[in-house]
Design a protein. Structure first.
Length: 129
């Protein structure tokens, strides 16, 4: 399957697929004319990459999941010392901690903004815009 059709099949753009390839996450076969040729297993791998991106992982993070990208992503990671799950689990925990910090920052920002906004409910009608 050519890049445009593959991108459409996974809900991405051809540019995104090239980006994943530049980062070593996918390795599409080539036709004799040099065009990328995506297989069904390539499409499954790309879908897994996109799932991880939607969970907030970076392309660098996703590289730690390489052992899982060609199959079904595990619902849970059980770490075995030195195994591929151990690295993926560690990266997942790091990402979760980063998201928790970001949520706390955004919640504080939202609370400060909400406190600074006057709803105007207690202002006289003549002073309302």
């Amino acid at each position: 399957m050519r890049i445009t059709d593959a991108a459409r099949a996974v809900g991405a753009t051809p540019r995104a697929l090239r980006w994943y390839e530049q980062h070593g996450l996918i390795r599409a076969a080539r036709t004799p004319a040099g065009y990328r040729d995506y297989s069904d297993s390539d499409l499954a791998r790309i879908r897994n990459i996109r799932t991880l991106l939607s969970l907030g992982f970076t392309l660098e993070d996703i590289a730690t999941f390489d052992a899982f990208l060609d199959g079904r992503l595990p619902e849970r990671f059980a770490a075995s010392p030195g195994g591929p799950c151990e690295a993926a689990l560690a990266r997942s925990r790091e990402r979760l901690a980063t998201l928790d910090r970001r949520i706390a920052e955004l919640t504080g920002l939202r609370d400060r903004l909400a406190a600074s906004i006057s709803t105007g409910d207690d202002a006289p009608a003549s002073s309302r815009g």
